[in-house]
Design a binder for this molecule. Structure first.
Ligand code: ADP
Ligand code: MG
Ligand code: MG
Length: 886
């Protein structure tokens, strides 16, 4: 039978799978000799068993008994002992941090008797009754599922009766009364009495924590953060220490560095005479941690020492939760802290400079996702803007949208495709859906460690918090700023998460410094610490990576930008846009052509235009490979809309233009029920004589022209949607003929590779045959995903993907991250078979997946030579291709 319970002295930080992050780190701190209140952890395995079977695993109860007995022995008192009660907290803690998502119950072990024992031992009656009412409140809400507002309203009433708005003004008698009121609420709402038996309290709380894993907000958070749904949570039973024992006590949270910038220093919030969640919940306003030096110098110094120990031990930024009980410091939690994208890059290089980590490790510690965030636009410094207030810069970015005051409204606007800024006094886990839906989050209370700040940073969402100058009236959906500014729901505001500024109206945005750097418009030497950090990390990733990175680009501007971003060629140059605009007329002629002559005229019109397009691209990518895909979409996409044209012809009646009639007939003829699976790709080339030949000729002539002008064009011709080698052979022969003709005619022989996209399952499965005719494969994983799953991307994403995500059919859309098991399997088969036939075959990917971090790692693993992605994703792909090798 597995071991289900670990004492804090038995675990360590590497046991997160079993003990969860919180439990593993409590154990690590205990073993480092830091002051952690004794306790033990019930494993996530026990939770998984409970969630699966609805009952705790056999043996858990006995093991818990044993550990509780040992804890009682160590503490010299029994759980809930009437004259001197041992109290514990029951705390959730999963492998992945999910701040505030699951439950914690404090002060377990109090009842009508032991509350007196606690009062006597502490010499403080008020404290004991405050602790007791907190227990009933947390227990009621968490374990008995009672609406937490009922308790909040009762305490608000008590404060109102007293004529105060601070809980500090409530006295023993008030808390005694409150305990009674709370008990009544429990009886009314839960139909049972609050359980007086300490062990029953504990066991019920443990189960409630297990169950909180499947609370809707936890599920939503996991989906957002892509945390697997089946890991479960561990439960920590931790002996209580008290921050609510008077003004020489308190509780706080801190970071070892600024999680927004990475700067070293003292960052945190502290609240005197308070317990647990009070700090993050914004019950009272906290003081900056630096104030603690004045309040309790000894504890402050000790805390700084511990923070340094933790940083050196974890070799990373840590966040911590601590409590001071009558001048004695206790550590209640630590973990490697969430940070902004900018801080991640800065901290990683700072730690290299401090000699704590290697540059390899630094590259591993930043992600492509973070880099992508740094490339988001900023507010334009030079724009006119009306700043109405300033808050704390909790999570960077530039967000613009309508002010909304509820999670529901934010979700509604998002559903309607509109942008919202969620404005709250403070956020709670219940606001999560709104935070996800909004462009940014603005709060008037709470510091950088408040719920809003922590969650927004985790999601990469812009957040300004603690803007105390704002008076937020959620009920009336309005806030006011100094100077008589009033903002109502629906008014547009702009918030700057990098500076904390809040503006009225829409502020224009500009390129971020990191983009300016990538574009070569900002020299490293002129950049700030972030730019220097990005530069160092990118340089090392480039040195490390095996795969090349190319761009999907089909015009000289994009090609040029991609090259500045580090692209080593073009992996996908689509040619469809070359058939749009004024050129539609020529495409119509081509489709309507009845004779070879008419067809030749139409193609002859298109050819020079195409040639000019290619000259531009070859120039921008001089010396680098350019993979040109011959035309792929069904031709009717270039014709007028069937309905519109039908109406036009019908209205004109007998007077209708004969050309329109012919066109209508063609549109009818080409109309397809399922164009994605219709006449497109290589099929067009086989059915419309001369179409592909014209394109190949344009490519060859453009290359010859560039070569004659002293350039170094490197064309690669790619045939789309091949399913059988015979298709490719036919086109290949035609193309080879054209290439030879052009070489002959121009006297310039530019070699061009001919290859194909692998985007049909049949192509993957017969890749060994196809490789006979292909010098390269490029995996078109958009179509390959569509055809493997039988999903039409345009139809399914909006209609049922959210249901599929909910059901866990997949954790993330297969169009976003390559489906390793299915589509990935086909890719592997094609790679193996292709290489077997043609060992030097070039292999790449050009679907959207080429810029997705996880998919880039997959491409590295299966041995592709390059990934190709949109120009803006190129730095991300470079970084991830480097990380994949480390
Ligand atoms: P979360 O995962 O939401 O941070 P925690 O389990 O850390 O929840 O509990 C929240 C807070 O409750 C802690 O930060 C701490 O202040 C308080 N707390 C938890 N356990 C104890 C304890 N044994 N003694 C004193 N305070 C505690
Ligand atoms: Mg905590
Ligand atoms: Mg395709």
């Amino acid at each position: 039978m597995p071991k289900f319970v670990y004492d804090f002295t038995e675990g360590n930080k590497d046991l997160k799978d079993l003990l969860g992050g919180k439990g593993a780190n409590l154990a690590e701190m205990t073993n480092l000799g830091l002051p952690v209140p004794p306790g033990f952890t019930i494993t996530a395995e026990a939770c998984r068993h409970y969630l699966e079977h609805g009952s705790v695993p056999e043996g858990l109860q006995a093991e818990t008994d044993e550990h509780l007995a040992a804890l009682e022995k160590q503490m010299g008192k029994r759980l809930g002992q009437p004259d001197d009660p041992l109290l514990v907290s029951v705390r959730s803690g999963a492998k992945f941090s999910m701040p505030g998502m699951m439950e914690t119950v404090l002060n377990i072990g109090l009842n009508d008797e032991s509350v007196h024992g606690l009062a006597a031992q502490a010499g403080d009656e008020r404290f004991a009754w405050d602790s007791y009412r907190r227990l009933i409140q947390m227990f009621g809400k968490t374990v008995l599922d009672i609406d937490g507002d009922l308790f909040e309203e009762a305490i608000d009433d008590a404060k109102a009766t007293k004529g105060t708005d601070s809980d500090l003004d409530l006295d023993t008698a008030d808390f005694k009364k409150l305990v009674q009121v709370y008990k009544d609420i429990v009886r009314e709402q839960a139909g049972r009495d609050f359980p007086a038996d300490p062990r029953e309290q504990m066991d019920l709380a443990v189960r409630a924590v297990f169950e909180s894993w499947n609370a809707p907000r936890a599920i939503l958070y996991r989906r957002q953060e892509r945390i697997p749904a089946d890991v479960g949570t561990a439960v920590n039973i931790c002996s209580m220490v008290f921050g609510n024992l008077g003004m020489d006590s308190g509780t706080g949270v801190a970071f070892t560095r600024d999680p927004a910038s990475g700067q070293q220093g003292i960052y945190g919030d502290y609240l005197q005479n308070a317990q647990g969640e009070d700090v993050v919940a914004g019950i009272r306003n906290t003081v900056p941690l630096t104030e603690l030096e004045r309040i309790d110098k000894a504890s402050y110094d000790q805390l700084l020492g511990i923070m340094e120990t933790l940083e050196n031990h974890y070799r990373d930024l840590c966040d911590i939760e601590f409590t001071i009980e009558r001048g004695r410091l206790w550590m209640l939690q630590t973990r490697v802290g969430k940070r902004t994208a900018a801080a991640a890059f800065c901290i990683a290089t700072q730690l290299v400079d401090q000699g704590l980590i290697t540059i390899d490790e630094a590259v591993r510690r930043v992600t492509g996702h973070q880099l992508a965030q740094l490339m988001f636009p900023r507010f334009d410094d030079s724009a006119d803007k009306e700043q109405i207030a300033k808050g704390m810069n909790a999570s960077p970015g530039a967000a613009v949208g309508q002010a909304v005051f509820s999670s529901e409204r934010a979700t509604e606007l998002a559903a309607a495709g509109e942008k919202a800024i969620l404005v709250r006094r403070e956020t709670t886990p219940d606001d999560l859906a709104g935070m996800v839906a909004a462009q940014g989050v603005l709060t008037s209370r709470g510091g950088k460690t408040s719920h809003a700040a922590v969650v927004a940073r985790g999601m990469g969402k812009t957040c300004v918090c603690g803007a105390e100058e704002l008076d937020v009236d959620v009920k009336n959906r309005v806030f006011t700023a100094p100077g008589g500014v009033t903002v109502r729901e629906g008014d547009v505001i702009s918030i700057d998460g990098t500076s904390g500024a809040i503006y009225l109206g829409e502020v224009p945005v500009m390129d971020s410094p990191v983009v300016q750097y990538f574009e070569g418009r900002l020299a490293v030497a002129d950049g700030d610490e972030l730019v220097r950090a990005v530069d160092r990390i990118m340089a090392h990733a480039d040195e490390r990576r095996r795969m090349a990175v190319r761009a999907n680009a089909d015009n000289p501007e994009d090609a040029g930008r991609a090259r500045r971003f580090g692209a080593q060629g073009i992996g996908l140059c689509r040619t469809e846009h070359m058939f749009l605009g004024d050129r539609r007329r020529l495409v119509e002629q081509l489709i309507l052509a009845d004779t070879d002559e008419e067809r030749a005229t139409a193609l002859g019109g298109l050819a020079p235009l195409q040639r000019a397009d290619f000259v531009g691209i070859f120039t921008a990518m001089d010396g680098l490979p350019v993979t040109v895909r011959l035309i792929d979409p069904p031709l009717h996409e270039f014709l007028p809309d069937l309905t519109e044209l039908s109406v036009k012809v019908a209205l004109a009646g007998d007077a209708a233009d004969p050309a329109d009639r012919r066109l209508l007939e063609a549109v009818h003829r080409l109309h397809e029920q399922n164009p994605m699976l219709g006449l497109r790709g290589v099929r067009l080339g086989l059915v419309i004589p001369g179409l592909f030949a014209m394109q190949v000729r344009a490519i060859a002539e453009a290359a010859a022209e560039r070569r004659a002008a002293g350039g170094d064009p490197r064309p690669e011709i790619m045939i789309p949607l091949v399913g059988a080698v015979q298709e490719l052979e036919a086109i290949r022969e035609e193309a080879a003929g054209v290439l030879a003709e052009v070489a002959e005619a121009t006297g310039v022989d530019v070699p061009a590779l001919i290859g194909t996209m692998i985007e049909l399952p049949r192509a993957a499965l017969t890749a060994g045959q196809i490789a006979e005719a292909a010098e390269f494969f490029s995996f078109g994983t958009n179509d390959l995903t569509q055809t493997t799953w039988g999903f039409s991307r345009d139809d399914v994403e909006a209609s049922f993907f959210s249901r599929y995500l909910e059901l866990g059919v997949f954790g993330v859309s297969p169009f976003e991250t390559l489906d390793r098991d299915g589509v990935g399997r086909l890719v592997r088969i094609a790679v193996d078979e292709g290489r077997r036939t043609r060992p030097d075959i070039k292999l790449g990917i050009c679907g959207e997946h080429g810029g997705d971090p996880d998919s880039v790692h997959f491409c590295h693993e299966v041995g592709l030579d390059y990934v190709s992605c949109s120009p803006f994703r190129i730095p991300v792909a470079r970084l991830e291709a480097g990380r994949a090798t480390i």
